[in-house]
Design a protein around this ligand. Sequence first.
Ligand SMILES: [Zn+2]
Length: 587
Amino acid sequence: MDPREEIRNRLDFKSLVERYVPLRPAGKGRWKGLCPFHNEKTPSFYVDEAKGMFYCFGCKAGGDAFKFVQMIEGVDFREALEKLAQETGVELPERAPGRKPSKDLIEVNRLALAYFQKNLTGAALEYLKGRGLSNETIDTYALGFAPKSWDGLLRYLQQHGVSPELALRAGVVAAKDGRYYDRLRDRVVFPIRDPMGRVVAFTGRAISAGDTPKYLNTPESDVFKKTDLLYGYPEARKAIRESKRAIVVEGLFDVLALAQMGWRETVAVLGSSLSQSQARLLERAEASRLYLAFDADEAGRKATLAGLDVGVARRFLTYAVLLPEGHDPGDLLTDPEGKKAFAAALEEALPEVEYRFMAAAEGVDIANAEGKRQVLEELLPRLVDADPLDPVAEALKAVIVDRLRLDPRALEDLIYSQRRRKRPSVERAQVEAASDNLEDRLLLLELDVIAQLLAADPENFADWVRYAEDHTWPPKGSFLAEFIAVAEEEGYRPRRILDRFSERSEGGRLFERLILSGSEYPAEYKETLDKSLARLREGYLRRKRNILIRRLKQEPENALDLLKEVQELDEAIEAERRRYRTGNGKG
Ligand SMILES: [Zn+2]
């Protein structure tokens, strides 16, 4: 059996969800609770036990157990699969030959961490305490110490059956002229974890004056790529999800200090700027605002925003945090006013959109019309290219309206006219908009039919799918046609079919329909389905009609024939409407 299916069979989906979300009954086999993926006061998050699915009517999050784990833990599909496999005791086939050694590297790191933690005593512990860290923080972030020894870790690992070669591959040991030695010596050690919480690397901070470099990393390995990870991410994820924001810093001590002061949503980049894949991690934890606390001077703050990756900037409302001169967040613990100072800095953080506006308005007199025009010209492209719900564009609009004292409607009109100018012609845009609408409606009608098919008695599911096909002849390329093809390929097993659609944009809407449709097999199943099929046929006919009307404009010479066809279609459309209105099924 497919491991995915086996896991689902063994898994109690409801109790999995209940670990994170208190649920209460909501009808037969259904449960509801407060959505863990958005903030709400009344429950719109539903769980369907029989289908093993969840769906939120508020934020439209939905899917199966794997999707749930992916979203709530902020991991990718493979990681969710591994987690649930482990819980249900299902064996996963090895993915690739490289898989096993990775596990070994993780095991080496786990052993090394135990060694480092065991050695955190005396001067090293004093050093950490001297920087203001509490025992709790030291434990939470599993800090340790690498003693001043060339082979302490090497021997410890050998005692635990790890060969020097493997230790070298993990990066905790280095080699020169065929001789192995501990890479980190006389350093406080910070374990670096992947999003699953597994230790994949270490950073060592020198504690003796003059010891260089100050920070030393274990090298990138099969399990560690610097730009893919954020320090402190597994520890911060929950707080990020709750506050919808992340504070991003540069130093490891910055993370510890801010977390200890109560800002648990803090993570550190392990490079110089925030990479796309690091941003994706924050997105998975549902951050919508980023506070970058990078450099402690005004120029640094602007540089932070100016250098922000465009792809990253589009996905979050971003702010640059400026600390008082000469301060790092990491130093704030030993400052009695530290917590207050950082809270104030967060309050006064410079929004990226403010910064963009300031940059565009620099040296321009925005009191006069020409100045306004200049600033608008500079900023408009960002607004014209924006998606409808782009939060950054919305915030930028607000700043523009406020500073330039514009009528918000005038700005909207301007954006609209610029967008239209980019299109080949107004008329085509209108036709496209009209047909977009119909396409959207058609998709909903198709989803409705599909949801009903999936609610059918499993024994007759295949028959009903064929029945729907025979009574609609879904056009090639339509969602229904694809569904029917996939259903056949997957042997008419509903869950396998859903898997194929779960990652697609239509998938979310399908889950919504499924939750709405309930699990019961209605008594008037055929009658209900027949009505939906009639509605869908009407939709398909309307699409045909639209195409004919377009041709009518382009081919006046065929007008008579085309008009006759339109008339026939109108009659067919009317017939379908009668069917679903009166409830007489076809045939
Ligand atoms: Zn929700």
